[in-house]
Design a protein around this ligand. Structure first.
Ligand code: HPA
Length: 283
């Protein structure tokens, strides 16, 4: 998608749009450089309650952000301090399964980068493909498989982007080590694995889940990958945490419901918040 400004075309969800969104946010909250931005997945918004808030900006007030989100997503950017350190938290995200463009799904990463964040912490609710995982487990995302077949970088090269970004280390090994250390200190079991992103919104079939296991996936979900791709193209460090909310289809005898997914995050939300808070304190 593109729009014309003074005879020039630019991407609606590109660098210039992100700069405009960041300017609007900075006009409300001032110019303090955040140590990190955290994308809060379905049901994991509790961390936002622990932030000493400077501002809560509804997505609809941010230029370029549409207002619509699904149940479990509050749809606001929270600016504030976590243990004294400035952070941004995105409560809610734009999913491709809602019909959103993949570039919009990734747009928040551009905006937080424009606000000065150089570390992106992404989280999500995911189905467990690895049979050793249980509902409520936290999984450190070591790598991902993009099965959405969409890429937010496709199209004109945005100013500041790398055309062919290296993806050999999408998730930062040092940040992963910090997360492992914090989890150990907190007595939290931290699983590790590969996150496969599918478009959704239908959950997977049992045959698809068998395929995902064959491909090397440990968890499956419908988000995260667009933001991570853009963050890497911009040179940000990324930490990813999945909350395993259910066994993926065919691995358990019950159908999957969104209510079950949200319920499982409730049990993990506290561990998740403590883990992220611990990581932020070491940045
Ligand atoms: N599949 C895809 N996305 C999900 C799942 C799942 O089983 N659980 C939570 N998000």
């Amino acid at each position: 998608m593109s729009a014309a400004v003074a005879g020039e075309t630019y991407s609606v969800y590109g660098t210039r749009a992100a700069d405009a969104a960041a300017a609007a946010i900075a006009a409300r909250v001032g110019h303090e450089t955040p140590v990190a931005a955290v994308v809060l997945g379905s049901g994991l918004g509790g961390l936002a309650e622990q932030i000493e808030r400077t501002a809560t900006i509804p997505f609809r007030d941010i230029p370029g952000f549409p207002a619509a989100t699904v149940a479990g997503h509050a749809g606001a950017l929270i600016v504030g301090r976590l243990d004294g350190r400035v952070v941004l938290a995105l409560a809610g995200r734009f999913h491709m399964y809602e019909g959103h463009d993949v570039r919009l799904a990734a747009f928040p990463a551009r905006v937080v980068h424009a606000l000065g964040a150089r570390t992106l912490i992404v989280s999500n609710a995911a189905g467990g493909v690895n049979r050793t995982f249980g509902s409520g487990d936290l999984m450190l995302i070591r790598d991902h498989i993009n099965l959405t077949f969409r890429n937010p970088l496709a199209g004109r090269l945005e100013p500041g982007d790398v055309r062919f970004p290296d993806m050999s280390s999408p998730y930062d090994p040092e940040l992963a080590d910090v997360a492992r250390t914090i989890a150990r200190e907190q007595g939290t079991v931290l699983r590790e694995g590969v996150y496969a992103a599918l478009l959704g919104p239908a959950y997977e079939t049992p045959a698809e889940v068998r395929m995902l296991a064959t491909l090397g996936a440990d968890a499956v979900g419908m988000s995260t990958v667009p933001e991570v791709i853009v963050a890497r193209a911009l040179g940000m460090r990324v930490l990813g945490i999945s909350c395993i909310t259910n066994l993926a289809c065919g691995l358990a005898n019950s159908p999957i419901t969104h209510a079950e997914v949200l319920d499982a995050t409730k049990h993990a939300a506290h561990r998740f918040a403590s883990l992220v808070r611990g990581v932020v304190s070491r940045l």
